[in-house]
Write a protein that binds this ligand. Structure first.
Ligand SMILES: NC(=O)c1ccc[n+]([C@@H]2O[C@H](COP(=O)([O-])OP(=O)(O)OC[C@H]3O[C@@H](n4cnc5c(N)ncnc54)[C@H](OP(=O)(O)O)[C@@H]3O)[C@@H](O)[C@H]2O)c1
Length: 291
């Protein structure tokens, strides 16, 4: 039996869909099962919260494998360390963890989340359990927020990245597929994977959008400080704004540029590219749907 945390989020919903498709034996842990049900459909959901170790022990009981993910933020490390402890106590044998972007996960990373994911990975390695660490790059689905809103209004796409900076954006559907394969794998796992798409860039995104929308989409690089102001006006908290700035500074140094073969190695198919992604999310770029 597999237990899935973070199932209602960006990646988790795809892990659930993949496990359903494979007819796997799994249950979901959610803080509010009634709120989770409409998102996940007909699956087994038990109440559990990473802030409440006793609830996790109940949710993990009788399971062999844990999909470990929760929202990032100042308490992510403490929450996930509690989950690792509960997994050991509940007799879980394998943890598949969604970690930070490749190259940001380091003991002395300049990014808070990079150091936190590193500490959680270490705790999992030291637990003696089997593991797969999935280190995903910049989610394509992040583009459905501010970038899709600008494009749907006919505006220039303005982002704090040089237009030709290589970025290997990855689709959360591919991350979900990798996670499901690792959860169901028959052989023992002690692996760390870099989950990326092909090398791409914001210039390529603007080109793909222009082709698919049939109108010129322009791109303009803006200073990082300007993004901070936009996000503050949007109501984002100080931690979330600083997190984005830390990661973007690392991307400027090339931390998100490498394209890894790991998605294809795990799933047997090439990762989705920006053209696939824009075609599948056209309603957002045309303004019919919004995050
Ligand atoms: N965005 C990126 O480009 C990027 C890149 C690399 C790595 N990452 C990493 O990806 C992860 C985020 O993935 P995501 O976007 O799929 O997540 P998400 O959509 O933000 O989903 C958050 C999930 O966290 C769960 N959660 C929140 N508080 C919890 C608690 N106290 N106990 C248990 N669960 C809790 C929620 O579950 P319920 O509310 O249902 O209980 C929800 O399903 C982070 O670790 C982040 O560092 C992100």
């Amino acid at each position: 039996m597999i237990v899935i945390t973070g199932a209602t989020g960006n990646i988790g919903q795809h892990v659930v869909a993949e496990l359903k498709k494979a007819n796997a034996d799994f249950r979901v842990m959610a803080r509010n099962p009634d709120a989770a049900r409409p998102k996940l459909g007909d699956v087994s959901i038990v109440q559990g919260d990473m802030d409440n170790p006793a609830s996790m022990l109940k949710a993990f009981a009788g399971c062999d494998a844990l999909f470990l993910l929760c929202v990032h933020g100042p308490t992510m490390e403490a929450r996930q360390l509690r989950a690792v402890e509960a997994a050991k106590q509940a007799g879980i044998k394998r943890i598949v963890k969604v970690s930070g972007s490749p190259n940001t996960v380091e003991q002395h990373s300049p990014a808070d989340t990079g150091r936190e994911h590193w500490a959680i990975e270490q705790a999992i390695k030291q637990s003696g359990l089997e593991y797969a660490m999935l280190r995903p790059n910049f989610f394509m689905q992040n583009l459905l927020d501010l970038p899709a809103k600008m494009v749907s209004k006919g505006q220039t796409l303005k982002m704090p990245f040089p237009k030709d900076l290589p970025i290997s954006f990855v689709d959360t559907r591919d991350i979900g597929a990798c996670a499901a394969r690792c959860l169901m794998a028959g052989q023992p796992l002690h692996d760390t994977y870099e989950i990326t798409g092909a090398a791409s860039s914001f210039a390529e995104l603007a080109f793909v959008l222009s082709q698919i929308l049939g109108r010129k989409v322009k791109f303009k690089a803006i200073p990082l400080g300007l993004l901070g102001i936009v996000l503050r006006l949007k109501g984002l908290d100080r931690w979330s704004i600083e997190h984005r700035k830390q990661i973007i500074r690392m991307f400027h140094q090339g931390s998100g540029s490498k394209a890894s073969p790991d998605v294809e190695k795990i799933t047997g198919h090439a990762p989705r590219n920006l053209k696939n992604f824009v075609n599948d999310t056209l309603a957002y770029w045309e303004g019919a749907e919004q995050i």
